[in-house]
Design a protein around this ligand. Structure first.
Ligand code: SAH
Ligand code: SF4
Ligand code: F3S
Length: 474
């Protein structure tokens, strides 16, 4: 996952309504009636976790609160946790430890533990971290303002998985970037033996297509040019349309230039979706399709429901209809019972597929999942060593992919300033970070470039059909 995906959520404070005097904290706060209460939301997890952080921010802003970019100035700090690996969960407790220390003026913030750790370990957090004021799961965060009120008289907890979707209870979204996430599907029924997501996010549910089309239209009306459809199993979407059907409807929205989706499961790559990649121009040529292991034996133990061969066959079909598609994946090394021969299969699939990008993780025991109690857990040192070899192969592949794009002309959606003055960084259709200097261009513009240089994690580009190009050539 990239820094973009992990970015913390701190909003500007324009157009805020009057502060809501009803929301006060259970913890000592200095009297400052002349300013709005401030919040900070920190994301620890996947893109959907980031999306949820943004929506919690929308809720708090709608209460008249003001977003701040660091926890130090905040009256309410929301820690939106991830439970996917052990280290991700541990970060919650170290953050709580810091936040509960009284500040210079004697105050401390109201602490909200949200997200997947809150869902999976709500009771444990309550016992282990008395400083936490609110515990709220990923399916209940629409109740955050109510929970903050309840917390005035004692700790408030909501880790229900209600049948009525939270999305209906959320306020209209504020647009902060030209590229927006849109959650279309949540939860997972796949139960891979290593994974907590089916337990933290509940069963697969899809939002109605009509709601999503309306939300996408509203986003585009406010300047969004790219929408990434999100779901834990986004290609299992079935909200009245299939994912391909939804993509086709969204492609008809004028002003929406780019559509992406993530994360997909190999089992749900339907012919319909493959066809959309061939036909829908706005659907970007990039697919994140995690395989997890190159060994069919390990895949079976993981309960992945695909084999090495079926996965490769799906990619071949996709490349037949969309030859320039860039692929990415996720890998786990050191799954229980993984032998050196199994791991060699993982290395060989990385070389065979030529991923544009890939994310690799050491298997992390997640209590309560089937793999946690499997025999033959792989020693930590072996996992470390395999991870290093895998990452070297992935980096080599990313560089080869980026090199193969040198000379291509494409469009880049500018997203943020670069390191040097005048530089901007944006995304190519293949989701590469492209560094480009274009006088007069601003964040949110889509510009025509030519790729001229490649690094493992980014490419260098120059503008085409632009005055700067001619003067550079002169
Ligand atoms: N739904 C997606 C994955 C969501 S979790 C899919 O099926 O592909 C994101 C990634 O975290 C997974 O793809 C996997 O590579 C990794 N992951 C999940 N559980 C893990 C665990 N227990 N240890 C290490 N990595 C894990
Ligand atoms: Fe986890 Fe597997 Fe579901 Fe992905 S498909 S969220 S890895 S259980
Ligand atoms: Fe983490 Fe929950 Fe996402 S466990 S990866 S934040 S779905």
């Amino acid at each position: 996952m990239t820094d973009d995906h992990r970015r913390q959520t701190g909003y500007g404070s324009e157009n805020q309504p009057e502060p809501d005097s009803h929301v006060t904290s259970s913890t000592p706060q200095p009297e400052q009636p002349d300013r709005a209460r401030r919040y900070h939301v920190k994301s620890f997890g996947c893109q959907m976790n980031v999306y949820d952080s943004e929506r919690m921010g929308d809720l708090l802003s709608a209460q008249g609160m003001e977003a701040v970019s660091t926890p130090d100035e905040a009256d309410v700090v929301v820690l939106n946790t991830c439970h996917i690996r052990e280290k991700a969960a541990e970060k919650l407790y170290s953050d709580i430890g810091r936040l509960r220390q009284p500040r210079a003026d004697g105050s401390r913030p109201t602490i909200v533990a949200a997200g997947c750790v809150a869902q999976a370990e709500g009771a444990e957090i309550a016992a282990r971290a008395p400083a936490v004021d609110v515990i709220v799961g990923p399916l209940a965060y629409h109740r955050l303002p109510d929970l903050l009120k309840e917390a005035q008289t004692g700790r408030a907890i909501d880790t229900d998985m209600p049948a009525v979707p939270k999305f209906d209870a959320l306020p209209a979204r504020r647009v902060t970037q030209a590229s927006a996430f849109l959650t279309v599907q949540e939860g997972c029924d796949k139960f891979c033996t290593f994974c907590v997501v089916p337990y933290t996010r509940g069963p697969e549910t899809s939002r109605p297509a009509a709601d999503l089309i309306a939300e996408a239209q509203a986003l585009v009306a406010r300047g969004v040019k790219e929408i990434t459809l999100l779901g834990q199993n986004v290609n299992a979407y079935h909200g009245g349309l299939t994912l391909a059907g939804l993509i086709r409807e969204l492609a008809a929205i004028d002003g929406l230039e780019r559509i992406r989706y993530t994360t997909s499961h190999p089992r749900d790559m339907s012919d319909d979706l493959l066809a959309a990649h061939a036909e829908v121009e706005k659907l970007m040529p990039y697919l994140h399709l995690p395989v997890q292991s190159g060994s069919s034996r390990v895949l079976k133990a993981m309960n992945r429901a695909h084999t090495r061969e079926s996965y490769l066959a799906t990619l071949a079909q996709l490349r037949a209809v969309r030859p320039d598609i860039a692929l990415s994946g996720d890998f786990i090394v050191g799954f229980p019972g993984e032998t050196e021969a199994d791991f060699a299969d993982t290395l060989s699939i990385v070389r065979e597929v030529q991923y544009a990008a890939a994310y690799s993780f050491k298997y992390s025991i997640r209590p309560g999942t089937p793999a946690a109690s499997m025999a033959d857990q792989v020693p930590e040192a072996v996992k470390d060593e395999r991870l290093a070899r895998l990452q070297a192969a992935i980096t080599e592949g990313s560089l080869a992919f980026n090199n193969s794009t040198i000379g291509r002309r494409c469009k880049v959606l500018l997203e943020r300033p670069g390191r040097k003055p005048g530089q901007l960084i944006g995304k190519t259709p293949w989701l590469q970070s492209a560094v480009v200097s274009i006088p007069g261009a601003v964040i949110g513009d889509i510009v025509e470039v030519e790729i001229v240089g490649a690094m493992p994690n980014s490419v260098e580009a120059v503008p085409v059909n632009h005055p700067a190009r001619e003067s550079a050539a002169a």
